[in-house]
Design a protein around this ligand. Structure first.
Ligand code: FAD
Length: 458
């Protein structure tokens, strides 16, 4: 009887403990991916990006004579149907750490063990099991630096090779990927974003190799520069598991000067460990004392809409919001600048920014996004203090000194990409003069005043 490899956010064949264990069971392996609630809840860009990844995984499997079976339905019933059809005797998967998935997987395990079906889950999304990384006091870390010290020399184990996957004599039916319409929400924007995306395990490996064979050495100096590709661009690959954190971590152990890069990968790890500890991190203020802060909580506020559509008039903010919309990515420094502008100068609740990123990023990652927003807003773990308000113009002068990034997105070919990507409903005239920005000093003063008043109330 065959076994199922239930692929989720581990869309790769190499260094995949769940897949390798399925193969090691000596049974034919049926790879399956489910259109479940987690997929239905994805933002538009992330859903589109997932489709690219699934197509690539299927192609990689077919090159081995295997294939990816696509089914609709939430975990348990969909898997039960597949087991009934194929006589499968086991299900293997990589653990995910978002709170909804954890509780669903626990239910699935219990149901299968009652039914005599082997249900086995494996690590691999993260470097370390969150329950195993504890401070001297036995608590999860809440500050990054001690967390980093605790894990940097940790043993992440040996990478696993790509296995030879034995196929069953008969394949169960699969939905055609196109029927899932994962790209439906992206409208014509998808054509533009696609030019900036290389999906799949092969592309992830190429990107990693290229990065560690050279650019990684200049990472510490160049990672904050908005123009010039100083970072790895691995985030979407990591988010979908097209590459494992362990593969990235180990590749970063070699070349001189890679430590700052590996440290950044540890931020991803930290974000997930935080989310496991505080499952409501994506919706609730992480720190006490922030509930009731007078953020504007209105999803249709004109300042929010202007920010989303790159119409604030602040050059670096609009350039970054255009980058986001046209490519599905945004430079980390630009994420901090735009998030700060939204939550401080415009005083909009960070949740609205988080939601917009969730809908538009191809590298959307629940934990990194939540940690990033709360960090910038001042209410998160290890956060920047609220009163430290980025001045976007100063940031731009420092991290885009020659204006290359701003020019690209405001008047160069990036501007044309953006114009091609925006929906008609936004009715943005690309040739109209840029909006007049709000005076930065006023926004800063209002934010500081609100902060002081809120503190005085406590
Ligand atoms: P590199 O600099 O090459 O870093 C290598 C890898 O380390 C990244 O691919 C990523 O997996 C991880 N990493 C780097 N910086 C961070 C960080 N600050 N936090 C967590 N992990 C990090 N990252 C996401 O992957 N998805 C998100 O949805 C996301 N939302 C964010 C929202 C805000 C407001 C902020 C400030 C940051 C957010 N980040 C998010 C983190 C960071 O901006 C991106 O990971 C990074 O820009 C990706 O580019 P890169 O792959 O070239 O990164």
């Amino acid at each position: 009887a065959p076994v199922l490899w239930w692929a989720r956010r581990d869309l790769r064949l190499a260094d995949n403990a769940a897949l390798s264990a399925a193969v090691a069971s000596s049974a034919p392996v049926i790879p399956v991916f489910l259109f479940d609630e987690a997929v239905a809840g994805l933002g538009r860009a992330a859903a589109w990006r997932l489709a690219q990844s699934l197509a690539s995984l299927d192609a990689d499997l077919r090159a081995q004579g295997s294939r990816l079976i696509l089914r609709r339905g939430d975990g348990l019933p969909a898997l039960q149907r597949l087991i009934a059809e194929t006589g499968a005797r086991g299900v293997f998967w990589t653990r995910s750490y978002d709170p909804d998935t954890i509780s669903r997987d626990t239910r699935i395990k219990a149901a299968f063990s009652d039914a005599g079906i082997a249900a086995r889950s494996f690590g691999g999304q993260l470097l370390f099991e969150p329950s195993k990384v504890r401070s001297g006091a036995g608590e999860p870390y809440k500050v990054f630096t001690p967390f980093w010290r605790a894990i940097r020399a940790g043993d992440v184990g040996a990478k696993l090779p790509t296995p030879d996957i034995p196929s069953p004599a008969n394949w169960p039916a699969s939905d055609p990927l196109n029927d899932w319409a994962l790209d439906a929400g992206m409208r014509r924007g998808a054509a533009v974003v696609a030019r900036h995306v290389a999906a799949g395990e092969g592309a992830a490996m190429d990107t990693l190799q290229r990065f560690v064979s050279g650019p990684v050495r200049d990472y510490a100096e160049r990672r904050d520069l908005l123009a010039g590709d100083g970072t790895s661009t691995l985030s979407a690959h990591l988010s979908l598991g097209e590459i494992s954190a362990r593969q990235v971590w180990q590749a970063g152990q070699g070349p001189d000067g890679a430590e700052p890069f590996v440290r950044q990968v540890a931020w991803r790890e930290f974000a997930w460990h935080l989310l496991v500890d505080r499952p409501d991190m994506a919706t609730e203020n992480w720190r006490d004392g922030w509930d009731g802060f007078p953020w504007i909580d209105d999803a249709s506020h004109p300042d929010l809409i202007a920010w989303q559509r790159a119409q604030t008039g602040v050059d670096v903010v609009d350039a970054a919001m255009r980058e986001l919309y046209a490519t599905g990515r945004m430079h980390n420094r630009a994420r901090m600048i735009t998030a700060s502008y939204l939550t401080k100068h415009l005083m909009i609740h960070w949740r609205h920014g988080l939601n917009w990123f969730e809908d538009t990023l191809i590298d959307w990652d629940k934990a990194a996004n939540a940690m990033g927003w709360q960090w910038v807003a001042g209410c998160g773990p290890d956060a920047a203090p609220y009163f430290r308000i980025f001045n976007p113009d100063t940031q731009a002068a420092k991290f885009d000194p020659d204006g290359v990034y701003r020019n690209h997105w405001l008047s160069g070919s990036g501007a044309r990409d953006f114009a091609a990507a925006v929906p008609v409903s936004w009715s943005i005239d690309a040739n109209a003069p840029r909006p007049i920005p709000r005076p930065l000093a006023e926004g800063r003063a209002r934010a500081l005043q609100a902060y002081q008043a809120h503190r005085a109330d406590k």
